[in-house]
Design a protein around this ligand. Structure first.
Ligand SMILES: [Zn+2]
Length: 150
């Protein structure tokens, strides 16, 4: 599992490539971390002794349709509050979101079982393209270095 803030850093860095607007760059960061909202079940598991995290992580807020929905909500809020360009806001948010999913898809899911139902609720098929696999520790260390540098 990639560190959630690393996903945000990737979204932020991508936004830096296409805009100088600081609000839009922040939206890229938020788009990068939003998919891990379903990881908050880790706290209910810890504090209330439930077992939701392994059940729901990478299922509820990782599908692409959720990203599109969240991007539309973000566009509405950001345009109202900061008068940001609607199309740029949508593109930056969704780019961060999709980059998050792309990185998650690369992780070895044979140990976690966390393949992603990318097209839910239209399809229940889950996807993964394990690449990083056993190098997760090294990859996470690199992620932390990138995060600190950015
Ligand atoms: Zn994720």
């Amino acid at each position: 599992m990639a560190f959630t803030l690393f996903h945000g850093a990737i979204g932020y860095l991508f936004a830096c490539l296409i805009t100088k607007d600081k609000n839009l760059r922040r939206i890229g960061f938020i788009g990068g971390i939003i998919p891990d909202l379903d990881g908050l079940f880790l706290f209910t598991d810890f504090f209330f002794n439930t077992n939701y995290y392994p059940l729901f992580h990478r299922t509820l807020t990782h599908p692409i349709l959720f990203g599109i929905f969240a991007a539309i909500i973000t566009v509405i809020i950001m345009h109202k509050l900061f008068k940001t360009n609607k199309i740029k806001t949508f593109v930056v948010f969704l780019s961060g979101f999709l980059l998050h999913d792309a990185i998650d898809l690369l992780y070895n899911t044979t140990t976690t079982g966390w393949a992603i139902p990318l097209f839910a609720p239209l399809s229940t098929e889950k996807y993964s393209f394990p690449f990083i696999g056993t190098y997760t520790g090294v990859f996470n260390a690199l992620c932390m270095i990138i995060l600190i540098v950015t």
